[in-house]
Design a protein around this ligand. Structure first.
Ligand code: TRP
Length: 298
């Protein structure tokens, strides 16, 4: 039997370079392997937890769908779908909800972090927390178990959700499997790149920090202005740069070919000025951007 690889992206924002490097690219690479059946979806029910703005969710859904396709997803090979087009997912979610201990959800990091923030603010523990946020890991378990996925490419922050999906599957199998494994126990596939891709200010690239490099939004202009904002040290032209510690190099390396990265690395060591280095980065990324736009038009 083929290995089933499944992943989803919550449609609550505009995809950026961090999403591409950490989630989209490795998932597409996995889908191109032989003996793999891939299931990639737009997690629009998950988006309702974070946003009450229908227009934003609709827009994000299209942007994320376009990004998957522009990044090389082959719809002939991959089962590519919108979560809300599969009513069996929320149906399964309810059945799983009824075999999940409330105590398991009390331990979920996302919920606990919200409670901690409320406590720090001195308001009631559950202030502003909806049941969607509280039982979010059960919906994610339903997404995964629905298709009996073996491997789930996700960021490190999702590890606990995968453990919960396994717990829930085991409980269901025990209660209703009549001696056989009704659901496959899924495994997380963690991409190490996610943790290491810095944003413009050096912290992890994340929409919530406002330090992202946009993939398509705003076109070449937005791309250039993001690159101009990448934080560098004060070493001047002609001084050797610590390439491995520079955010500019790490960001460049995330999308360039290995030979191009090696070249850029050597030039930085040899004293390439930051301004020139940013122009190289901008020229290369604009070329790629133009190629994407071209590919998606034909
Ligand atoms: N929770 C994931 C995230 O925020 C998105 C997601 C929803 C997902 N359902 C999933 C990922 C199922 C993998 C499998 O990144």
């Amino acid at each position: 039997m083929n290995t089933r690889v499944l992943t989803g992206i919550t449609t609550s924002g505009t995809p950026h370079l961090g999403n591409y490097v950490g989630a989209i690219r490795p998932a597409i690479q996995a889908s191109q392997q032989r003996n793999v059946d891939a299931f990639f979806f737009l997690a629009d029910y998950h988006a309702l937890i974070k946003s009450e703005d229908p227009a934003l969710i609709a827009r994000s859904r299209l942007e994320i769908a376009a990004t998957w396709l522009a990044s090389g997803l082959d719809p002939q090979r991959v089962t590519f779908y919108r979560q809300s087009d599969v009513p069996e997912i929320p149906e399964l979610c309810w059945m799983l909800t009824c075999v999940t201990a409330k105590g398991l959800m009390n331990r979920a990091h996302a919920y606990k972090a919200s409670v901690d923030q409320n406590t720090a603010k001195g308001v009631e523990a559950d202030d502003g927390i909806n049941m969607g946020l509280f039982s979010y890991p059960i919906l994610m378990a339903a997404d995964i178990l629905m298709f009996n996925a073996h491997k789930v490419p996700v960021g490190r922050d999702q590890t606990q959700h995968l453990e919960m999906a396994r717990d829930i599957a085991q409980r269901f199998n025990h209660l209703f499997g009549q001696g056989r494994d009704f659901f496959v126990l899924p495994e997380a596939m963690i991409s190490e790149d996610v943790a290491t891709l810095p944003g413009l200010d050096g912290r992890k690239m994340s929409k919530s920090y406002g330090n992202t490099v946009p993939l398509f939004e705003g076109g070449a202009k937005a791309l250039n202005s993001a690159i101009a904002k990448i934080l560098t040290d004060s070493r001047g032209h002609g001084e050797s740069k610590d390439a491995d510690a520079s955010h500019l190099y790490l960001i460049y390396k995330a999308f360039a070919q290995p030979a191009e990265s090696a070249n850029f690395h050597a030039e930085l060591l040899a004293g390439l000025g930051w301004g020139d280095a940013k122009s190289v980065c901008a020229t290369e990324s604009n070329k790629r951007w133009a190629r994407y736009v071209h590919t998606t038009k034909t």
